[in-house]
Ligand binder design. Structure first.
Ligand code: SF4
Ligand code: SF4
Length: 109
């Protein structure tokens, strides 16, 4: 199977995925991350932890997102691995809200 990061990651880069990946196959540029499927073991641990639902297995990838398979392959090959959590990009919370994944406050009673 192939695991793919899509456009929702761009501008967020919360990097929660990096903290759960057991094989350090996640690469990054200044905008987002990409998965090297030559190294990824398809464990799927990264999919539920992404706060903006940017990660899909290829068999669940929407039809209009198929181009991300090739983008992940090309960009991961050209970029360094990140294997530790990094600060989100400036504006990440605003971008998250725009995407419809804003954090809702939880009452503490
Ligand atoms: S957790 Fe999601 S938004 Fe954050 S870097 Fe990974 S794919 Fe991108
Ligand atoms: S599926 Fe598993 S091995 Fe592949 S990128 Fe996600 S956490 Fe890493």
């Amino acid at each position: 199977m192939t695991i793919v990061v899509t456009d929702n990651c761009r501008g967020c880069r919360f990097t929660d995925c990096v903290t759960v990946c057991p094989v350090a196959c996640i690469h990054a540029d200044d905008d987002m991350v990409y998965i090297d499927n030559g190294v990824c073991i398809d464990c799927m641990a990264c999919i539920p932890v992404c706060p903006v639902q940017a990660i899909f297995s290829a068999d669940e990838l929407p039809g209009d997102q198929q181009h991300w398979i090739q983008i992940n392959a090309e960009r991961a090959a050209a970029l360094p691995v990140i294997d530790a959590k990094q600060d989100p990009l400036p504006g990440a919370e605003e971008r998250r809200a725009e995407l419809g994944y804003a954090v809702t406050s939880v009452s503490q009673d």
